[in-house]
Design a protein around this ligand. Structure first.
Ligand SMILES: Nc1ncnc2c1ncn2[C@@H]1O[C@H](COP(=O)(O)OP(=O)(O)OP(=O)(O)O)[C@@H](O)[C@H]1O
Ligand SMILES: CC(C)(CO)[C@@H](O)C(=O)NCCC(=O)O
Ligand SMILES: [K+]
Length: 258
């Protein structure tokens, strides 16, 4: 069984795969101070709840927070007797090498997203990931990460308004009924929701124009369905895209090693 771990700046997601089939997915908040033992306590409690008897033989990790990798390595080593693959480390190969400026360290989640999307859809794609940041990850004809766009995340934008302006409350995102808000919360939701609809449209249009080709747009992340309610912003939504990318990279490295 494979344990795939996607560690973002806000949340960390664990998925277990048995011969390519996802058995379960578990989510916790990201904390670099969480110890290997604390991960295991949480992990085994949830597996018990799902009535899954894990037999983990392989672990792969993508982490946008470098500091958490240490404890996840210890977790993997102590509890599964297994040395994890870590995306972005030199010994973890990608199916296609990124084409970016020399010295750039691309977020591993973005490399994983393009690998996962290429495996399902072929080349020339835009992956829009609504995480802590909203990223646009562009996959070339061969699935390589060829660059992209980083914008502030939806929840981060709302939080920034709240933090910086004394009279603006904490607000959760939702699709507003109207563009013109008649109360503070509605005004803030409108600014962020419709602002994001515009941001996604404009950035995707400009990427296609710059690359002079039509490109499939794949959306992932918790807020993708909310934005898909309005207009045809995306060709498809895949909430397991990052996890799928981890399984693709894991398989690629396993096959290479044989
Ligand atoms: N309707 C909604 N309103 C507000 N938040 C939502 C809604 N639906 C999903 N979410 C949030 O989306 C998030 C899940 O998104 P995702 O896992 O892609 O990103 P993240 O965990 O916030 O960021 P990162 O991956 O960078 O850690 C969760 O935090 C969840 O609370
Ligand atoms: C942009 C985020 C925060 C999105 O999770 C992550 O991919 C990251 O930390 N990236 C590093 C910089 C880059 O991708 O170019
Ligand atoms: K994510």
């Amino acid at each position: 069984m494979l344990l795939a771990i996607d560690c973002g700046n806000t949340n960390t997601v664990f998925s277990i795969y048995d011969e390519g089939r996802a058995l379960c997915t578990m989510r916790t908040s990201t904390h670099h101070a969480r110890t290997a033992d604390a991960y295991f306590t949480w992990f085994s409690t949830l597996l018990n709840h799902h009535q899954i008897k894990p037999d983990i033989t392989d672990v792969i990790i993508s982490s946008t927070v470098p500091r958490v990798v240490f404890n996840l390595r210890v977790f993997s080593d102590q509890y599964f007797n297994c040395r994890p693959m870590v995306v972005g480390k030199p010994d973890c190969l990608l199916p296609a090498a990124p084409r970016v400026d020399q010295g750039t360290i691309v977020g591993p989640d973005r490399l994983v997203n393009t690998s996962g999307a290429f495996d399902r859809h072929g080349g020339n794609l835009i992956v829009v990931d609504f995480g802590t940041a909203t990223t646009f990850d562009v996959a070339g004809h061969d699935g390589a990460y060829v660059g992209g766009v980083i914008a502030p995340g939806v929840n981060l934008s709302l939080e920034a308004l709240h933090m910086a302006a004394a009279a603006l409350p904490h607000v959760d995102i939702t699709k507003p009924q109207r563009v013109v808000g008649t109360n503070t919360v509605a005004c803030m939701q409108s600014g962020v929701f419709w602002g994001y609809v515009g941001l996604v449209k404009e950035i995707c249009a400009r990427i296609k124009a710059e690359r002079d080709q039509n490109m499939k747009i794949i959306a992932t992340g918790g807020l993708a369905p909310l934005f898909a309610q309005t207009e045809d912003l995306f060709d498809v939504i895949e909430d397991d895209l990052t996890m799928h990318g981890l399984t693709v990279i894991h398989k690629y490295n396993k096959d290479k090693a044989e």
